[in-house]
Design a protein around this ligand. Structure first.
Ligand code: ZN
Length: 137
């Protein structure tokens, strides 16, 4: 997609600081850098979100995320690392080309995600699980 900023990065039409590349993925420094060492892993072939990934892209994206995460850990020695991936505006996605954030973390670094736990009864969990399993085939 010509208008997609990540497609343009993959095509090397926009500069990016690349740290890793394979057949299906390109990993580069996020210009936002929540913390030093913050990397984005994007699929090369345009896919809007996780729902649009094919099996090869999905496998490659998470393989690359694990590999680059280990390198970030070794290079920056963070206290932790958050993997963040958003699908759709309601989830906080702002660039509509599948990507995974790898964010080195430190106590008190200010990055936050609210987690409004609902704790439904077990019968509800079974009902939710049935709905998902019915669609997994
Ligand atoms: Zn794209």
């Amino acid at each position: 997609m010509e208008s997609c900023v990540f497609c343009r990065i993959v095509a090397r039409q926009i500069p990016a600081t690349v740290v890793y590349e394979d057949e299906h993925t390109l990993a580069f420094m996020d210009i936002g850098q929540v913390n030093p060492g913050h990397v984005l892993v994007a699929v090369k072939q345009h896919a809007e979100n996780i729902f649009a990934l094919d099996e090869a892209q999905a496998a490659a994206a998470f393989r690359a995320a694990a590999r680059v995460s280990r390198a970030i850990r070794d290079a920056f020695a963070p206290q932790g690392l958050s993997v963040y991936q958003a699908n759709g505006s309601a989830a906080g996605q702002t660039v509509f080309h599948f990507h995974i954030h790898l964010v080195p973390r430190h106590e008190g670094d200010g990055m936050a995600l609210t987690w409004p736990v609902k704790n439904p009864p077990r019968e509800k969990l079974a009902e939710y699980a049935d709905k998902i399993r019915a669609r997994l085939g």
